[in-house]
Design a protein around this ligand. Structure first.
Ligand SMILES: Cc1ncc(C[n+]2csc(CCOP(=O)(O)OP(=O)(O)O)c2C)c(N)n1
Ligand SMILES: [Mg+2]
Length: 317
């Protein structure tokens, strides 16, 4: 099925915008004004954009430590995201959370938690609420391949299947948990989607760097969830370009080789899509995004730090 031309353009632009935001974070990080760790999604934009493109306004999205792309693809405020990274009171979490705790409930991005796998049961709880209220809302939760090695993700999958909850589990398989490849963590003859399928959940897998393929896989899964058929699981293959945490490249560390990196770099989700899509205004569009980012950085840098008194509010209020 060929997607509508306006949709294809939007998918491409959303990926470019996310890439440009994160590359700006790369430039600014050495100034040491963003004092939180950052886990960049550069190279993984298609998964976030493709999945979020099938969602309705009322749906809820959750994520983990690598959540910038999900937040932006869902329509979270860029100004408030950058202010959060700068630890400012205008940040989306009041400057108290940093990069790994973004939230924009108005946009339908409920939140993110950085303990591996920990957000998954929270999302399943939200799906139970959504089912209880019966308004047709579905919940989407993004997590990495390593989360599939935590017990609570399997408990969550089981519970979601038993109660036929309206939740889409999106596993972004980028092959690594920090420096450990899947090959030292999981048996070679068993894929992540097979592992999920063992729970009796509707499961599919696809090229997570092909935004149109992601859109279609996610769309089919969400249609099934909205039809009341219970939860679904999708495994999206992708690759992180930068170091696990931080703005640099770390290929010199030797945990992955140059050939593997180059293979994935050539499969850049943005360039793959840009080649399929003839357009003449890439420069103009990029200039507009650059200006949006410039204004958001100025907003973030110009905002005040939170009053130290507020640090107790989220705990004791
Ligand atoms: C329970 C727990 N153990 C260890 C960590 C440290 N840690 C942070 S991210 C990460 C790897 C996560 O890998 P994956 O889930 O595949 O996501 P990716 O970073 O590849 O996007 C680890 C081990 C943690 N945050 N939580
Ligand atoms: Mg991973």
């Amino acid at each position: 099925m060929t997607l509508d031309v306006d949709l294809r353009r939007r998918l491409l632009l959303d990926m470019i915008r996310i890439r440009m935001v994160e590359e700006r974070i790369v430039d600014l990080y050495p100034e040491q004004e963003m004092r939180c760790p950052v886990h960049l999604s550069i190279g993984q934009e298609a998964a976030a954009v493709g999945v979020c493109s099938v969602l309705e306004r009322d749906d809820w999205v959750f994520s983990g430590h690598r959540n910038h792309a999900h937040y932006l693809a869902r329509g979270g405020s860029l100004e408030r995201m950058l202010a959060e990274l700068y630890g400012k009171a205008t940040g989306c979490t009041g400057g108290l959370g940093g990069s790994m705790h973004l939230t924009d409930p108005e946009a339908g991005f409920v939140g993110a938690t950085p303990i591996v796998g920990s957000v998954v049961p929270i999302a399943v709880g939200a799906a139970l609420t959504a089912k209880f209220h019966g308004q047709g809302r579905i919940v989407v939760v993004f997590f990495g391949d390593a989360a599939m090695e935590t017990g609570l993700v399997h408990e969550s999958l089981n519970l979601a299947v038993v109660h036929r909850l309206p939740v889409l589990f999106c596993c972004e398989n980028n092959l690594y948990s920090v420096y450990s490849p899947l090959s030292v963590r999981q048996p070679p003859h068993r894929t992540i989607s097979e592992l999920a399928a063992g729970h009796g959940i509707r499961t599919s897998a696809g090229d997570g760097n092909d935004v149109e393929a992601v859109h279609q896989i996610a769309d089919e899964a969400c249609v099934s969830i909205r039809d009341g058929d219970g939860p679904a699981f999708i495994e999206l293959s992708t690759y992180r370009w930068r170091e696990h945490c931080g703005p640099n490249f770390d290929n010199d560390l030797g945990y992955r080789n140059a050939e593997e990196f180059e293979e994935w770099r050539v499969g850049d989700p943005i360039e793959v899509m840009a080649e399929r899509f003839l357009w003449s205004d890439r420069e103009t569009v990029s200039d507009g995004i650059r200006e949006e980012i410039r204004a958001a950085v100025a907003f973030a840098k110009g905002s005040k730090y939170p009053d130290p008194e507020t640090i107790r509010y989220p705990v004791y209020r």
